[in-house]
Design a protein around this ligand. Structure first.
Ligand code: AAT
Length: 277
């Protein structure tokens, strides 16, 4: 008998994965958590019925959410990661040679525990001495930080439940204050096709606070529609002016100089919806 897991991507679309077995299911204080072993995508982390990452395509999302901002800032010594409980973003951040310290603030300790047990490819660097892992609400942590970080990476769930506040204008203002005078941040900002309105609202809010706002895209097959967006807000550095000589040779699987630049090319409907480019 074939087992299938079906994700309701939104109210008009369902996506099904063929599954070998369910490895872990629990209700945490914050969300429903499952780890599935799929046939085509390898192990998969599911929170509240939404696929968060899979071993097969995680490199695309994690390299793009980490290395675009890290190579836009010439000296990203101190980095804050919000969310990212699977460890994929932290893995990319700590391997960047100019990062000296990374603080990771995840609200749900159980996501990290599940990643440590079932997703070793992602959680591999969670005990790296550069990383300071804390379990609390990212909103609280940011509100208590002033002029502290070079780069902030918001690797959050969709804007429902505990992540709603991570997509608010007030939060982006707090991120501005938590950054140093030449700091920058990036956030995963949903599907450019299915959530164009959300993305446009985010760009407007970020643009009201940061002098530089740029959205970039990558293909993440396990997210609704495949095409995914990230939005970068910066006090000084423009990601389009990336300096090739500062990109460290890290054995990337997706990211490189050409991808960095090309990711900011926006289709016409998005240029118009976001007022960019
Ligand atoms: N690396 C890709 C995986 C994620 S998971 C996002 C994480 O954000 C989850 O572990 C969740 O517990 C955490 N989180 C949610 N809200 C908060 C908060 N307020 N503070 C700190 N951590 C939080 C991202 C997947 C993107 C999916 C796109 N569809």
């Amino acid at each position: 008998m074939e087992l299938w897991y079906t994700e309701d991507q939104n109210n008009i679309l369902r996506f099904s994965y063929r599954v070998n077995q369910s490895l872990h299911v629990e209700k945490t204080p914050f969300q429903h958590l499952a780890v599935l072993d799929t046939v085509g995508f390898g192990r998969m982390l599911v929170l509240d019925g939404i696929v968060q990452t899979t071993v097969w395509d995680e490199f695309i999302y994690h390299e793009m959410i980490a290395h675009v901002p890290l190579n836009t800032h010439p000296n990203p010594k101190k980095v804050l990661i919000i969310g990212g409980g699977d460890g994929g973003t932290a893995r990319e951040v700590v391997r960047h040679p100019r990062v000296e310290k990374a603080v990771m603030v995840e609200i749900d300790e159980r996501v990290v525990a599940a990643a440590r047990e079932y997703l070793p490819e992602l959680s591999v660097e969670l005990d790296n001495p550069k990383l300071d892992l804390r379990f609390t609400d990212g909103i609280k942590h940011v509100a208590a930080s002033r002029n502290e970080y070079d780069v902030v990476i918001i690797d959050s769930t969709d804007p429902v439940g505990p992540a709603v506040g991570l997509f608010s204008r007030e939060f982006y203002s707090q991120v501005y204050q938590a950054l140093k005078e030449d700091g920058l941040f990036v956030a995963q900002t949903e599907s450019p096709l299915f959530n164009t309105d959300v993305l446009a609202r985010i760009c407007k809010d970020v643009g009201a606070i940061f002098p530089v706002v740029r959205t970039y895209l990558a293909c993440v097959p396990s997210y609704p529609g495949g095409l995914w967006s990230f939005t970068l807000g910066s006090k000084k550095y423009d990601p389009l002016e990336v300096k090739p000589e500062i990109i460290p040779a890290l054995g990337y699987r997706y990211y490189n100089l050409q991808v960095h630049r090309a990711a900011f090319a926006l289709p016409q409907f998005l240029k118009e919806a976001l007022g960019q480019g």
